[in-house]
Write a protein that binds this ligand. Structure first.
Ligand SMILES: [Zn+2]
Length: 205
């Protein structure tokens, strides 16, 4: 999710970098600023969420620990839990369970798939699970912060069988449903993810 913030008189890029846990360079790049020291009060600054982009590496989650965890979680997920479905190798359908939870909590979806231009605008890479060019991946962002964000992240983790220790980690969790394996990342309260919960799902086999 990219948000826009209005620049106040005393602001510097450093102010925003600190507030949103980003680097000054990332902010300058996202706003096409030639001189990071020159920002103008009253104008809007684009706050990117570049951290959606840590690539999934297929198979990287296959440690013995996560294999055991996956089996248990796959059973848990098979009942009323997530199911693969339409689009992007089934990963879009997998995301429906999280969207349902968020909807019940009144939390909006703020970003899903992005075309090449939108991907560039949020200072993201084409390897992002948000990028429409990724035919096996789907990502969804829920705009929420604070305690409500904690609650949503926990509820989504529970639904997908993601252990609490894996919230905010990249590529540590896989779920197997109907013989298909999906890598999931649930990002919350990590760099770039304080104002939204990110769920990325990628079919890996
Ligand atoms: Zn995201």
């Amino acid at each position: 999710m990219t948000t826009l913030q209005t620049i106040q008189r005393r602001d510097t890029l450093g102010t925003f970098a600190q507030k949103y846990n980003l680097s000054v360079q990332a902010l300058a790049k996202a706003n096409n600023l030639k001189d990071p020291n020159l920002i103008i009060a009253g104008k809007s600054l684009r706050i990117p969420d570049g951290f959606d982009d840590k690539p999934f590496r297929a198979g990287a989650a296959s440690t013995s620990e996560s294999k055991t965890a996956s089996r248990t979680e796959a059973r848990a997920a098979a009942g009323s839990g997530p199911k693969p479905g339409k689009g992007w190798g089934g990963s879009e359908g997998m995301a429906d369970a999280a969207k349902k939870i968020a909807k019940q909590m009144g939390i909006p979806v703020t970003s899903q798939k992005r075309n090449a231009q939108q991907t560039a605008n949020v200072n993201s890479t084409k390897n992002s699970d948000h990028y429409t060019g990724n035919k096996n991946a789907f990502a969804v962002d829920f705009g929420v912060s604070g305690k409500k964000g904690d609650k949503l992240a926990k509820a989504i983790a529970k639904k997908y069988g993601i252990p609490a220790r894996n919230i905010g980690t990249f590529n540590k969790h896989t779920v197997e449903i109907d013989g298909k394996k999906y890598a999931l990342q649930l990002l919350w309260k990590v760099s770039g993810h304080y104002d939204h919960v990110h769920l990325g799902i990628r079919r890996v086999s």
